[in-house]
Structure formats: structure tokens, C-alpha cells
Design a protein. Structure first.
Length: 264
């Protein structure tokens, strides 16, 4: 393989690697996502603390998330770091890797149903999903949320889209984000309880996107927790804003008082 034909990662990119050889000055790894190109995890980049025994931190055959420090394309040499990977980055990268693997497995299953090769299934289904949604798994999540029409719109043939939907139904759940806050609502009118119930009903009855929900629970009058679940923070924030405004308006129209306190 010529140097020119090798695709290498960029500096500061997070990569998934497999430890293949441990030496006194560090560990050599193969990059799972880059045709098993080899990289070096130097002992100084294993931990922010003194490393007495490298094997206390990494083991041969183990998969680990590393950060790319330097890349020398002329020598296909890659310097990597473990100590510069935060726990949040590690979890996010492992989740991405697991999802990509799962997406590929669904493609293999679809290939068998379509009586074609995995390579052809990737061209027919995988490429459109990656082009339109960024990854195969993201496209499958979108299909679960909105139906097979999103697959067809991305360029996947109807028959293939139907096969794929049958495979993923019940096996992929759309992820949700959750945001919440406190509604402080006061009404001194004799029918104040009815006004509050009307405010809650209005807020929770708003038209919601697919897989979104609004919940209101009592903390202790006049404080009520409002919680919104949605597919993204943008959708959740928009829905929360509408729900809060609609509830407060009904209370204020009834000569009451209302305010919203955002909670992390």
C-alpha cells in the first residue's frame, strides 16, 4: 500500500484503538477506524501521574479511546494520548462506535433479506443514510421517529426501505433529552384550583413533535415542576418555552401571578 493511498486521522481527533504490543516506553496500537494503521502511545501520554507499570493502565488486546497528537504522513507515524481523553469524550466515542457497528449489522441483515452482498447494501442504503444524516445509525433513529418516508427521501428504494423498517422496528429506540424547571403559579380567586388545572391542561396539551412529551408534577403549592422530553435540546427548549408561556398566560388572565425558574 503506498503512503499516498493511506487515510490517516487528524491531530486532536478521537480514535478507537486496539493495544497490540506493550514495550518499556509505551504501547503500540492499531487504529480500528483507519485500516489498522499503527500508532504509538508513549508512556508519558498514558497518565497525568507517574506510570510505574504500563500494564496497570493498558493491556494487549484491549480496545481504548485515544486522542491523536501528531501525524507524520510520510512515515505513517501517529503519536497518541490516553491522558488527554476526558471521561465524557471516552463515553461519547464508545457510544458512537457501538452505534456504527450496530448500524452495519442492520445493513448485513438487510443484505440477506434483499439477497444481495453487504457491499451492495452499503451502496444502496448505507451511503444515502451517511450523506443525509451523518451516519447510518442516525438515519435509522430518524426513520424510527418519523417513518420510512425519510429513508425514501434520502434516496433509498422503497422496497429496501420497507425491509429496513421491518428489521429495526422494536430494536432501536429514539434517544431523548430531558430539561425541566419550576413553575410558580398563584391564584387567589375562589376558583383558583380550576384555573391552575386549566393552565396545566393547556401546557401539557400543546401540539408536540414525535417522541416528545410534557409532564407537570406538584412540588408544593405554589411550585410545580415542568419537565420536557424531546429528541434534541433545540426541540425541548422550544416546547418548554411554549408550555411555560401558555400556563402563565392562563393564570395571569385569571388575575393570578406566574413565573418560571429554570433548573439545570
Amino acid at each position: 500500500m503506498s503512503v499516498e493511498s493511506v487515510i490517516l486521522p487528524e491531530p486532536w481527533e478521537l480514535i478507537l484503538a486496539t493495544v497490540v504490543r506493550i514495550v518499556p516506553y509505551g504501547a503500540y496500537v492499531t487504529l480500528d477506524e483507519y485500516d489498522n494503521a499503527e500508532g504509538l502511545l508513549h508512556i508519558s501520554e498514558i497518565s497525568s501521574r507517574w506510570v510505574k507499570n504500563i500494564r496497570d493502565h493498558v493491556k494487549e488486546g484491549e480496545k481504548t479511546v485515544l486522542k491523536v497528537l501528531r501525524v507524520d504522513p510520510s512515515k505513517i507515524h501517529i503519536d497518541l494520548s490516553l491522558r488527554r481523553v476526558s471521561e465524557r469524550e471516552r463515553r461519547a466515542k464508545l457510544l458512537q462506535w457501538k452505534q456504527e457497528n450496530r448500524g452495519r449489522k442492520f445493513l448485513d441483515m438487510a443484505a440477506k433479506k434483499m439477497e444481495t452482498s453487504s457491499e451492495q447494501a452499503y451502496e444502496t442504503i448505507g451511503v444515502p443514510l451517511e450523506n443525509h444524516f451523518g451516519s447510518i445509525y442516525s438515519g435509522l433513529e430518524k426513520a424510527i421517529a418519523e417513518g420510512e418516508s425519510v429513508l425514501v427521501k434520502s434516496g433509498i428504494p422503497l422496497e429496501s426501505a420497507e425491509i429496513l423498517m421491518a428489521l429495526i422496528k422494536g430494536k432501536i429506540r429514539v434517544p431523548q433529552v430531558k430539561i425541566s424547571g419550576i413553575l410558580e403559579l398563584k391564584s387567589n380567586k375562589p376558583d383558583g384550583i380550576s384555573i391552575l388545572k386549566k393552565a396545566f391542561t393547556k401546557a401539557m396539551g400543546l401540539k408536540k413533535p414525535n417522541n416528545a412529551d410534557i409532564k407537570i408534577s406538584v412540588i408544593g403549592a405554589p411550585n410545580y415542576r415542568i419537565q420536557v422530553l424531546a429528541e434534541s435540546y433545540k426541540v425541548a427548549e422550544n416546547l418548554l418555552d411554549k408550555a411555560v408561556k401558555s400556563a402563565i398566560k392562563i393564570v395571569e388572565d385569571g388575575d393570578g401571578e406566574g413565573r418560571f425558574i429554570r433548573k439545570p
